[in-house]
Design a protein around this ligand. Sequence first.
Ligand SMILES: [Fe+2]
Length: 450
Amino acid sequence: MWSEGSDADRTGESLSRQRTDGRVPTIVCTEKGVVLFANSDALECFETELHSENNEPWRGFLQGKGGLWHDHRGRLWDVSVEESVGPRSRNSLIRMEPALHLGSGSPTSEVDEGPLFVGLAEAAEALRRATSPLEVAHVCARVVRIRFGLPQAGLMTSHRSGWRPLGEPSIKSPEVGEILEECRKRGVSVVWESPSRDIVAVPVLASPTKFTALVAEGIADEARVEALHALAAFAGTMLERNALEDEKRRFADGLQAAHQELLRAYDETVLGWTRALDLRDKITEGHTQRVTELTVKLARRFGFTEKQVISIRRGALLHDIGKVGIPDSILLKDAGLTNDEWDVMRTHTTLAYDMLRPIGFLKDSLDIPHCHHERWDGKGYPQGLKGEQIPLPARVFAVVDVWDALTSDRPYRGAMPHEEAKALILDGSGTQFDPTVVAAFISMLDEELS
Ligand SMILES: [Fe+2]
């Protein structure tokens, strides 16, 4: 005998307690369909059907792992079955959820609207979650097999001269190709009837190049065909959504790849200019690369964002690009420069600014080429900026540039020992250089040497 809250198998009862939140009609029964437990919502749904002598429809639900139930009030329920293996017995938890409504009207309206219902709330949910056509196909196949009781089902897609399954399993009957062809040509569902088994093909999605149909094999009564239609319509919507999302993803990937390509092209362009200048200026080998790497490293200590670091890097690479506008007679002169020649040489910072300013991708990289000869005490050029008027990237670069010049070999002198160079940098703190930058630089050197 069943009764609410009594005589329930311990396993089944505890299982039902976990699942009865939100007043879901719930029943626990034995594998033979004898009801052990039913909550009050289930009692309300089943009214007279629920008594121990009548173990239908439980048996049907247990065999089909679920199904649909029209209760005495005309409501349609989606019934799911979950097995619970206890220490001594094998019971089943039967849960009921309001059936999915795909048409107009409400899910609790009259049963006469039957074809509008699919009764597969969780199938619809699973379809909504499906992120690929393969998953959509799997959900459809599973729903048709388990819930509709049709032994074989799947989505088939037109493919060149034949058909192929959109996911496993596929229907192997020899007539399937012909039925699908008919379905595609007519654009309507086709039922092939036979005394033992029917085959139904329902259009899911038709595009100019591809046609997809839901195919099921088994007993195709009117109710099942109606349900297949509803499922196919929903699956078609999901496939379209998947295709649209794929398209969006491909577009976004393409944009991202194009953007990366553009960034690479920018960097290669900057490097090309730098190499050209180094060749002409006979810059000490590796100077530009070294000062760039060290500037980037020091800049990171000042909390610049990655985007700003990229701009700083480009600015460091191009710091002396303005020298392309300095005549060879001055740029390559071995002897000391006259005052007038120095005046010309100093124009390389404004030349760089004028040259780089119109170039969009370098608009944030102008600080170093333009201001790397400014001094903290305001005695630098080209604008005589003072203190924090000088952009921070240029203040950082100025320290690194002098450090590298002092510590590398030059044709007219050898490299200065690090301690001596450090003393000179410290000496320039507060006059030539920003004291904060000098402190950060010295601390970085000390950390690297320790
Ligand atoms: Fe310079």
